[in-house]
Design a binder for this molecule. Structure first.
Ligand code: SAM
Length: 230
């Protein structure tokens, strides 16, 4: 496929995710790939020797396979399409793998991370996560699993906020912070809006479960105080 042919809209969530990836990888897994656009973009730009597209819906994968066969001939590109539940993937004992999990909720994301890690306790792999809401709980899970931060970003698309979190157990010298750290650029009004939305969300939750959610609100307040002081 021509390098100039646009797969991802500039400035879109998926293009931000693609720009965060630091090649080279042996294998990139586009988990919950759906349209497969992110994996295709990374395949075209040779970010990995092989890209594996995984989704649980067979029809989605049939159209994706047809598109890959047309645009990414197997004599030039290495790719696989797998119709599987991410929870059943057995991570192969390979160095240098990236699993991208984007566009699903926090509970599912955490379940995927747990099962991928459990399938290969001795294999280290990087993760690029961009879930819909609830990044706080995902971050807690990544911290528990011993991941460090490579990069993180707040993404705003179609009036929705996302946190992109890129983590590794190898080349990542910064700790992951549950409220996020380097992604916050407080002078940016969009980031202030995001902070208010997150805290508003936890204030709602704290009405029925203050013991759990009030400490989370306090952490976001501490975060704001520390970034506005600097
Ligand atoms: C909203 S799409 C996300 C597409 C793309 N990753 C993105 O961020 O734009 C969610 C996809 O996850 C897939 N999915 C949901 N649960 C899954 C599971 N357990 N295993 C594999 N795929 C799953 C769905 O079939 C759907 O195609």
């Amino acid at each position: 496929m021509s390098k100039n042919k646009r797969l991802l809209k500039p400035g879109s969530r998926l293009s931000h995710l693609a720009n965060m990836v630091e090649p080279p990888y042996t294998t990139i897994w586009d988990c919950c790939c759906d349209h497969g656009l992110l994996g295709m973009s990374l395949l075209r730009d040779q970010y990995a020797d092989e890209v594996i597209f995984v989704d649980i819906v067979a029809d989605i994968l049939a159209s994706l396979t047809a598109r890959l066969e047309r645009s990414f001939p197997q004599d030039q590109y290495r790719w696989q399409v797998r119709c599987e539940d991410i929870n059943n993937i057995l991570v192969p004992p390979e160095d240098s793998q990236l699993f991208i999990i984007a566009g699903v909720g926090p509970h599912q994301t955490i379940e995927f991370i747990d099962n991928l890690c459990a399938s290969a306790p001795d294999t280290e792999f990087d993760l690029l996560i961009c879930c819909v809401h609830g990044s706080y709980s995902v971050r807690e899970e990544l911290i528990k699993k011993g991941y460090g931060l490579k990069n993180e970003q707040i993404i705003f698309e179609n009036n929705r906020f996302y946190e992109a979190i890129y983590v590794s157990k190898k080349i990542a010298d910064k700790p992951i912070v549950n409220t996020g750290s380097q992604m916050w650029h407080w002078p940016d009004p969009v980031h202030q809006d995001y902070w208010h939305r997150v805290v508003g969300h936890y204030r709602q939750k704290a009405k029925s479960d203050p013991t759990h959610y009030q400490p989370i609100i306090e952490r976001y307040k501490l975060l704001r105080d520390s970034i506005t002081r600097n």
